[in-house]
Design a binder for this molecule. Structure first.
Ligand code: SF4
Length: 211
């Protein structure tokens, strides 16, 4: 379930009389878990939306969405997926005290990787997440690889549970759904971390393809 934070005037959301606080429950019978579901499932020109108004009234809307008309719905911020690793060199742990709280969040969220370009290690993915990456074709994702050897990677991440999510979703799918297309890219981002400041995310280095 996701909740409406604001609705733009002259939008489809306003025409549907969605208001802040409305719970968006399902589209075409599929439960809405987060903004990805909302954006992908409402992209069709026709869909059925089930919502619960702040009054408690539940409504089913038969929506026709003319091409180009925005939904105009701003959602409440998602709960950020946290990093499951414990790198010795974690830049978040190294932050000095007294800064704003957001700087201490070790985010590792593939959804934010898709939307904003945040780096994610993909070590906290459930099967459901992987299926979703493929279903929605979330590409590109910006993957913090650390090391391409799975054993070394687990050691660097201090996470023995880390599955080989770097290669598995890429190599097991013919369409390359996460957008890692070759070792050159992997080399160039191997030292980046989720949430790292932009200047730290792309560490200069020679890619295997020589670029
Ligand atoms: S992956 Fe990044 S955020 Fe997570 S523990 Fe390692 S350095 Fe910190």
């Amino acid at each position: 379930m996701i909740r409406v934070q604001a609705v733009a005037p002259d939008s489809l959301g306003a025409a549907l009389e969605l208001i802040p606080g409305t719970a968006l429950l399902a589209v075409n019978g599929k439960d809405l878990e987060d903004f990805l579901d909302w954006e992908f499932l409402t992209a069709d020109d026709q869909f059925v939306l089930r919502a619960r108004l702040p009054s408690g009234e539940e409504i089913e809307y038969d929506v026709e969405r003319p091409e180009g008309l925005p939904m105009g719905v701003t959602l409440e911020p998602p709960r950020i997926r946290r990093c499951a690793n414990h790198c010795d060199f974690c830049f978040v742990d190294g932050n000095p005290q007294g800064m704003r709280q957001a700087l201490y969040i070790r985010d590792d969220d593939y959804r934010l990787s898709f939307r904003y370009g945040n780096f994610a290690t993909l070590t906290n993915l459930k099967r459901w997440d992987l299926e979703r990456i493929v279903e929605y074709r979330l590409s590109p994702l910006y993957v913090s690889v650390h090391a391409t050897d799975p054993v070394v990677r687990r050691w660097l991440l201090r996470n023995p549970e880390a599955e080989d999510h770097v290669e598995r979703p890429v190599r097991s799918r013919a369409r390359d759904p996460v957008g890692l297309r070759g070792s050159g890219r992997v080399d160039r981002i191997q030292q980046a971390c989720p949430g790292a400041p932009a200047h730290a995310r792309r560490v200069p280095g020679r890619a295997r393809d020589g670029r």
